[in-house]
Design a protein around this ligand. Structure first.
Ligand SMILES: NC(=O)C1=CN([C@@H]2O[C@H](COP(=O)(O)OP(=O)(O)OC[C@H]3O[C@@H](n4cnc5c(N)ncnc54)[C@H](OP(=O)(O)O)[C@@H]3O)[C@@H](O)[C@H]2O)C=CC1
Ligand SMILES: CC1=C(/C=C/C(C)=C/C=C/C(C)=C/C=O)C(C)(C)CCC1
Length: 317
């Protein structure tokens, strides 16, 4: 009897959330205020990190900027301060867990308060075909895109849980939900990041830590330079899916974060290949990939990276 009542409640809840989320696509729910929050962004010196820092500042939050590259990180801080915001910079290699724990402690001591929002944004890609890819590059992708999530979450989640207040944001990728050829290191690490994030979100809910929110951000190609050269079929790119403007991508991510949305794919159209991967036979997906030119979309990207490396080594010599 209790089982049947639970089943009925569950079905009603499922229907309620489908309707609620469909309405939310049209009528955006009210955004939460984040003035006074302390937001830590990793990879803050990069394309998206720099814009995230400015967007969080616009909403009144203070930002702690972590990057392995001191000068680009300082550049982000400068942009934040020019906008009247408060930024604190730390040079951190997120793959080095002792460096992460040490700097987390430093942040706590320097600022005398806890980080309340963590944006795991640092990311890398090898940009080599599987068999040409040096082992160290594969390891680096796994360490930056996946292992680092464990270290930063271990460093900052305990205080969020203690206060029952916080937000963990993971910048993954659509390539963490479906894959394509020649980015094995990246796909493996981003699928892992998605798995990590979702399991953590379930853990928080199972433990009834309802004040710590989670948002998984999965963007398509963004024009930051990271995937320069990556190209699908011209007609599809032109009429359906062009690379995202970084500012647009971050604004969409912010919209999701500020309404505590658990998952956002940017643009929305990329939910489709995610669904078709799960629902259609493998071969059906393969023919779709061929038609859309997404089977070989990384070929020009890898060529461009090779060219870049060649030019750089020529310059060094
Ligand atoms: N660009 C795209 O097409 C897409 C990107 N994404 C994801 O968005 C995120 C941001 O990407 P984007 O801004 O384009 O990339 P960028 O390369 O512009 O920025 C990444 C930043 O992370 C830093 N970083 C790299 N390794 C470490 C490390 N070990 N410790 C600390 N910081 C590190 C980089 O420093 P340095 O420059 O010195 O290497 C760089 O400043 C990534 O997670 C990426 O995977 C998702 C979908 C699409
Ligand atoms: C595979 C695939 C597509 C192309 C996806 C591409 C090209 C994604 C690139 C993503 C990047 C570079 C993410 C970085 O994090 C389409 C056209 C959506 C159609 C269906 C399958």
């Amino acid at each position: 009897m209790i089982f049947l009542m639970d089943l009925q409640m569950m079905v009603l809840d499922v229907i309620y959330f489908i309707i609620r989320n469909s309405i939310r696509v049209v009528l955006r729910p009210r955004t939460k205020p984040i003035d006074g929050e302390l937001v830590l962004i990793t990879g803050a010196g990069g394309g998206l990190g720099q814009i995230f820092a400015q967007e969080f500042t616009k909403h009144g939050a203070e930002v702690v900027l972590w990057d392995i590259n001191t000068s680009s990180n300082e550049q982000t801080a400068k942009l934040v301060r020019e906008k009247g915001g408060k930024a604190y910079t730390y040079t951190v290699d997120v793959t080095d867990r002792q460096d992460v724990y040490r700097n987390a402690e430093l942040v706590r001591r320097d600022l005398g308060r806890d980080v309340t929002m963590l944006v795991n944004n640092a990311g890398v890609v090898a940009g080599e075909r599987m068999l040409d890819c040096p082992d160290e590059m594969i390891e680096r992708s796994m360490k930056v895109n996946c292992h680092a999530l464990f270290w930063t979450v271990k460093a900052f989640l305990p205080q969020m849980k203690a206060q029952n207040h916080g937000h963990i944001v993971t910048i993954a990728s659509v390539l963490g939900l479906f894959s394509t050829a020649c980015v094995e290191d990246y796909c493996a690490s981003k699928f892992a990041a998605v798995g990590f994030h979702e399991s953590l979100a379930h853990e928080l809910l199972a433990d009834e830590v309802d004040g710590v929110k989670t948002t998984l951000v999965c963007p398509y190609i963004v024009d930051t330079g990271m995937f320069d050269g990556c190209k699908i079929r011209e007609e599809v790119e032109q009429f359906l899916l062009s690379p995202l403007d970084p500012q647009y991508c971050v604004e969409q991510a912010m919209n999701a974060i500020l309404v505590d949305q658990p998952l956002v794919c940017i643009p929305r159209l990329t939910y489709l290949p995610f669904l078709s991967r799960a629902l259609l036979p493998w071969e059906s997906n393969v023919v779709t990939y061929r038609f859309m030119g997404s089977d070989k979309c990384m070929y020009p990207f890898i060529e461009a990276r090779k060219q870049l490396l060649l030019n750089n080594s020529v310059k060094v010599e």
